[in-house]
Design a protein around this ligand. Sequence first.
Ligand code: PLP
Length: 403
Amino acid sequence: MTWSLNNIQEHESRHVLQTYARQPVVFVRGVGSRLYDTDGREYLDFISGIGVTSLGHAHPGLTAVIADQAATLLHTSNLYYHPYQAEAAMLLAQFSGLSRTFFCNSGTEAVEACLKFARRYWYTQGATERIGFVALEGSFSGRTMGALSVTHSENYREPFGPLIGPVTFVDPHKPDDLTAAVTDTTAAIIAEPILGEGGIRPLSPKFAAAINGACERTGALYIADEVQSGLGRTGYPFYAPALGLRPDLTSVGKALGGGIPVGAALVSERVAKMVSPGDHGSTYGGNPLSARAAAFVLDQLKNGLLDRVNTVSVHFERRLRTLALRYPSIVEVRGVGLMRGLQLNIDSTRVVNAAREHGLLVNRTDERVVRMLPALTVEATDIDDAVDILDNVLAAAASETAP
Ligand code: PLP
């Protein structure tokens, strides 16, 4: 059968559970920061599968290790050893300062594991009343029941109650509210250092200080949800420490496997001491294929990729700020490194759709934010091309709304 957009849409509408609102394009291959559709049309990929394809598409080194591993050994389960979990975990410990890793398959599972380990930390010490979580308004931590419980949007949560509790949500602009919410029944505070789905909003240093203060005062643990902001996206290995935060647990996913599904909960030694064999597990988590892909991505980060992100990010930010000076529809340029959001005062869906028609893939978060998460290997020339397309799209939007 030859697949076209129309017949794929028709088959999906009958046989695929309708949980996604897909954009009308079928991609068949990619290279670097470019994707190609069924008509051979080229697109600049500035969303990278929502921050996943960290090394770009069809990276020769990653392709080679995946192919080699697939031809050698795909899966044995966590009943046995293989060499690559230790390799990836060692690199994660070097980057995060958190000595131990639990491997899973996605961001939501990484958050789930962090929530469980936080409760286990207190349970092991007999503090069975310390079960509460404090999370942030605007947070998104995933779709499984635990992660959903610490995700703020009522649209996501409401149909699935009762969720786990107690969870208190606080406004990330109000450090005093955080201080008041954290008590000696709080197991952990969970916060993305940059709210990703919540509109690319970094926490303020004052709010970060309030998290540290609340943890010191009550002993509550801090879980950094770095599924989106972690692993080089901001130019730092992790962004929470860059804000002065000291996580006891960190969730990672997305960029970790460069496109191979893998997530991880990074755990401090003092939390790890309270976790016992059998407390948590996963059939697939960290199998030879995903752990080897993760080890490869981490090795790239260690050997020059972070420096590259930092160099290219300066150019990206400069180009976005210049664009903002030209268009009053851009209210704010937010984010760090290669995690960027343009806060608009016009409908961002229109901008996203027009950009795609001009060959640029970005997406919408929040109501009026255009989000950009290019591959960490993005070239300065790709950035120039992307910003030029945004320039055309915003100029057209401005002329449509001009009196
Ligand atoms: N945490 C954060 C900060 C995220 O941005 C996401 C996904 O967007 C998740 C958790 C959930 O990750 P996944 O979709 O891989 O389950």
